[in-house]
Design a protein. Structure first.
Length: 188
């Protein structure tokens, strides 16, 4: 019996039909890491602009608040008062009274030895340069910096501190000299 091409085709067709069907399950696809999107860039840019705007708006408000707080604390002109026993005419048992002022950018300190206003002395300090320096408070404190058992006057303006030595010979305060300052710095 001769096999024809038609028979071959039918045999081939039968084989295809009889072949088992293979079902494939798709594998999970793995994506490459995504590049930052335009939305993320827009969010970061918006946040940066919002922070800049907040800084521009709130800095003047905070400065205004600081000035008003200093107005309540020190007044205008900026004034501070303190009493201390410094050994200047305090025989009546009263401490000396000090008034420190920023008077039109000039540091001025008035001392009333023993609380007696009739004996008032004035110490003229430095001139303050810069914008808004007429509103800078001046602060006083007393501490023996040169170990002579007399409290010396420390004048603080901003982040600077000036030392006025309590001179026992004259009974007054005077600005510290460069030699005295050098000796104090070596001794520390």
């Amino acid at each position: 019996m001769a096999i024809t091409s038609r028979d071959l085709r039918s045999t081939e067709a039968a084989r295809r039909v009889q072949r088992p069907t293979i079902i494939t399950i798709p594998h999970r696809q793995v994506r490459a890491p995504a590049l930052p999107s335009a939305n993320l860039f827009a969010y970061v840019l918006t946040l940066a602009l919002a922070l800049l705007l907040a800084n521009v708006l709130f800095t003047p408000i905070l400065n205004w608040g600081r000035i008003k707080l200093d107005d309540m604390r020190y007044g205008r002109p900026r004034t501070m008062q303190v009493s201390a026993f410094v050994g200047h005419a305090e025989t009546n048992g009263q401490p000396s009274h000090f008034v420190a002022m920023n008077l039109d950018r000039r540091v001025v300190i008035m001392e009333m030895p023993g609380g007696d206003a009739a004996q008032a002395r004035t110490i003229v300090g430095p001139y303050l340069f810069g914008a808004g320096e007429d509103l800078t408070p001046v602060q006083l404190r007393f501490e023996d910096v040169n170990a002579d058992n007399l409290p010396d006057m420390l004048v603080s303006v901003k982040q600077e501190e000036m030392v006025y030595i309590n001179d026992a010979a004259s009974g007054e305060f005077r600005m510290i000299t460069a030699d005295e300052l050098g000796k104090l710095q070596v001794g520390q």
